[in-house]
Design a protein around this ligand. Sequence first.
Ligand SMILES: *Cc1c(COP(=O)(O)O)cnc(C)c1O
Length: 234
Amino acid sequence: MFITYDEFSRRADAVRADIAAACARAGRDPSGVGLLAVTKSHPVAAVEYAARYGLPAVGENRVQEGADKRAATTAEVRWELIGHLQSNKAKLAATHFDRVQSVDSEKLLRLLDRAAAELGKILPVLLQVNAGRDPAKFGAELEDAPRLLDTALAQSHLQVEGFMTIAPLSDDDSVATRTFTTLRELRDQLAGETGALLPELSMGMSGDYAAAIAAGSTLVRVGTALFGARDPAP
Ligand SMILES: *Cc1c(COP(=O)(O)O)cnc(C)c1O
């Protein structure tokens, strides 16, 4: 059974307090860290809870699941794709999502740009970088990021807002910290070189968002801490 709204609201209060505490420790203004409610594998009620609580956006990792949920609710939230995107789903993703965080190849950039042009829209994107060099994770290699960014900035129907990464699973907190710091430094360097602002750094999940905030995250993507455990994938 899915949690009640009251339970969600208590969890969300706790997460927000935690984010504020992490910001205080890092000497950062909490208004500089957004909270993305990751609703993947949860019922559409999760989206409605997030909207009712006042969270501006939800994250889904599968294109079709996100599109189906979006069609099933009138909740006023922005929809963000955070999961791996296959080329053959680029058009669907551009149609049903307000931002795609998981862009990790030049091929995807070109397909999304073409789809956005056909839809007559500018699609915001983040570039996903495998900043922790985790063989189990998607994302562009660090070495390929400059070229990926150049290609992204050259697309007329994409708005490149920054970067996203997922830290490797590890018992050692310093692994996440190193991953997030690496991405922030990469952003600073590439912003300097290109003159693009690249303000968004989507870093941190339920288990490591405090480390991400310390390293400069501007958006934490939180599922489990808000909604409880997900059912194992079928
Ligand atoms: C599932 C997922 C999250 C949320 O993970 P939790 O540990 O449940 O907070 C964040 N980012 C991405 C890319 C995900 O796939």
